[in-house]
Design a protein around this ligand. Sequence first.
Ligand code: AMP
Length: 313
Amino acid sequence: MSITVVGSVALDSVETPLGKKEDALGGAATYFSTAASLYTKVQLVGVVGDDFPEEHIEFLRKRGVGLEGLQRRHGLTFRWSGRYRYEDINNAETIETQLGLFGDFDPELPESYREADCVFLANIDPDLQLKVLQQVRQPKLKVLDSMNFWITNKKEELTEVIKKVDVVLMNEGEALQYGETFSLVAAARKILQLGPKVLLAKRGEYGAAMFADQTFFFAPAYPLEVVTDPTGAGDTFAGGFLGYLSRAGDYSLAAMKRAVLHGSAMASFTIEDYSIDRLRSLTLAEVEQRVTDFAGFTSPEAEAVFDKLRLHS
Ligand code: AMP
């Protein structure tokens, strides 16, 4: 059981109406690895510069994340800065993206990474995603994430990668942008026609929707009283989703529906605090409790207690 992941390892600066955080540990692959390592072995592919604090590397190492494929080079780490407003907590407004060393990164997968059961192509340049895909042997599941930045700048290349994966993960708005439609169902149809078995659309505070050839499934988001920083919700959703599948060793559509609930629960913890901070102490038992709670929120026969929602970390 293992997952190989390629994606950004970053220093993020995030602004919300509640506060500002500069140069915090971020990046799609960082968030993903931190979440998925609660379930299974994760092997990271990426690059950081000499401005990247050693303590972050130490954190990932202690977490058990494989770092043989994380290059440290002379130059600058990927940096992203963004802003969230009360009016739209589901979509970050990008202030600046600096690719740094990812601009000419050439991923070389260590031998041990090539046999992974799952590959997660986290949000990064589709050319890099393709290079990683070409080096893995026969993974049971290939999953891709992307975002507006790459849809706008590299749609053709992104389409080539989409054709080669089993599951596509995107924010709802990005799936609509990619499909050039106002209908998520129509966007799902277009993406599935390219080859993937599943489109998983992340819908922020409204949860997630999964579309496959013969079935679809909607999962809620966990209702939270404290929302601090939505950054990383999408990537930790992916970490819970793939982590669950890899641990179960079951990649059926039925398992994917359960995995979506794990993704949704995991994301809810992430946004309670800045960066990956809430995940530092998170246990799988806490995630499982929220997965169980979902049943009470969506069945009219169940009696969910509003006051219980005060109980957050
Ligand atoms: P999300 O889970 O969707 O909130 O993703 C948040 C992470 O994506 C941040 O930690 C950023 O460092 C990273 N990110 C933002 N823009 C890009 C991009 N264009 N390519 C790769 N990673 C990005």
